[in-house]
Design a protein around this ligand. Structure first.
Ligand code: TMP
Length: 218
């Protein structure tokens, strides 16, 4: 099975949805099936991407225009695809990415109000046909997400964590509408419940997906 192309799995969700813990869990589950997994993140995942991430998230040094922000995110993505994601998929490694272009639709499209067509145009330019094979959308209500991300980022909230509640509502709404539009790819996980229950939902989705490709537990 290792000579086939790897699968591209993304994990999405609002700030405070619990992505970090759950991504580690996804990686463990895939490895139990004997799958080689490369875990990475956006914005970031390459040296250039991590430098761009610092600029994008840090509000102290520059005031960033929304279109400039969008272009910086896609610049990081182009590098990430070329340097990391595509080569890994080509050698049969699965790529597990903490956020990808659904986040751009949710944050820059929904949150900032940039035209979705512009994001689609950049998506075509940068990704061609490449889209995630499976996306887990960790969904939490706004209050839970806020409480969790405040706890985590108490002292130095980044530019997105500093946004108003209305922005966060638009982000969540856009994510949920993406799940409605792409029900075969985007699976909503209720991430407001206890961690064990969140992980049970994740295991269920992954078991079905991985078994459908012919993998069995090692
Ligand atoms: P993280 O905290 O999940 O690592 O993500 C960093 C922030 O970047 C998060 O608040 C969402 C934001 N972001 C966008 O606004 N657009 C994007 O396309 C991506 C990938 C992230």
């Amino acid at each position: 099975m290792n000579n086939s192309r790897g699968k591209f799995i993304t994990v999405e969700g609002q700030d405070g949805a619990g992505k970090t813990t759950n991504i580690a869990h996804v990686q463990e589950l895939l490895e139990q099936y004997g799958i080689a997994v490369l875990s990475t993140r956006e914005p970031g995942g390459t040296k250039l991407g991590e430098n761009l991430r610092r600029l994008i998230l840090d509000g102290h040094e520059h005031k960033i225009d929304a279109t400039a922000e969008l272009l910086l995110i896609f610049a990081a993505r182009a590098q990430h695809l070329e340097e990391t994601i595509v080569p890994a998929l080509n050698r049969g490694t699965w790529v597990l990415c903490d956020r990808f272009t659904d986040a751009t639709f949710a944050y820059q499209g929904g949150g900032r109000g940039l035209p979705m067509e512009h994001i689609q145009t950049l998506q075509n330019l940068v990704q061609g046909d490449l889209k995630p094979d499976l996306t887990l959308l960790l969904d939490v209500d706004i209050d839970t997400g806020l409480a969790r991300s405040r706890r985590r980022a108490a002292e130095h909230p980044d530019r997105f964590e500093q946004e108003q509640i209305a922005f966060k509502r638009r982000v969540r709404k856009t994510y949920l509408s993406l799940a409605e539009h792409y029900p075969d790819r985007v699976h909503v996980v209720d991430a407001s419940v206890e961690i064990e229950q969140v992980q049970r939902q994740i295991r269920h989705i992954l078991d079905i997906y991985v078994k459908s490709l012919g993998y069995t537990l090692e």
